[in-house]
Structure formats: C-alpha cells, structure tokens
Unconditional design. Structure first.
Length: 92
C-alpha cells in the first residue's frame, strides 16, 4: 500500500503507526485527537500536548470526521426528515 494523502494535514502511511490515519509528518493518530476532543479537551490543550500539530490540522480532522458521519448516515437522515412531524430544515 502506498501513502494516501487524505487532506492537507492528514495522511495514511503504511510506514507510520502501522498505517493508522495520522497527522502529516507526525506519529499522532487522528482518532486519538478526536477522542480527546470528544472527552471535552480543548484544542488549546491538545496543541500544548502535541506541539507538532496545528489548529488548522485539528480543524481539518473534525471537518473530515463530520463529513464522513454525514455521508454514512445521509440515507437515514433523509428518511427521518421525510417522516418527521417537525418542520426543521435538513442539514446535508
């Protein structure tokens, strides 16, 4: 498998962390950073813990995770919106 650039700051490289998704030029797994964010750690704390990361890199990871979640569950969201009794807009 070859290196795959996922975004400007994120990569899959079989030579780094056994091919986990990491931030470019680091050994920091993206899922680790997202997990800490989910647990309530601030971006500032994460940047202090991993000074090799940047705010735009973390923002890209959050954005890509959000896009992935929306793409994976889009059919369910569309079906739920069609049967909803509320008149809320569907965010796609």
């Amino acid at each position: 498998m070859e290196r795959v650039d996922i975004g400007k700051y994120i990569v899959i490289d079989p030579e780094i962390c056994h091919g986990q998704i990491t931030f470019k030029d680091t050994r920091v797994p993206v899922d680790t950073v997202l997990t800490f964010l989910a647990k309530g750690y601030s971006v500032d704390v994460l940047l202090h813990s991993w000074p090799e990361l940047s705010r735009p890199a973390i923002e890209e990871a959050v954005s890509l995770a959000s896009q992935s979640l929306q793409a994976r569950y889009a059919p369910y969201v569309s079906a739920a919106a069609a049967t909803s009794q509320y008149d809320y807009p569907v965010i796609a």
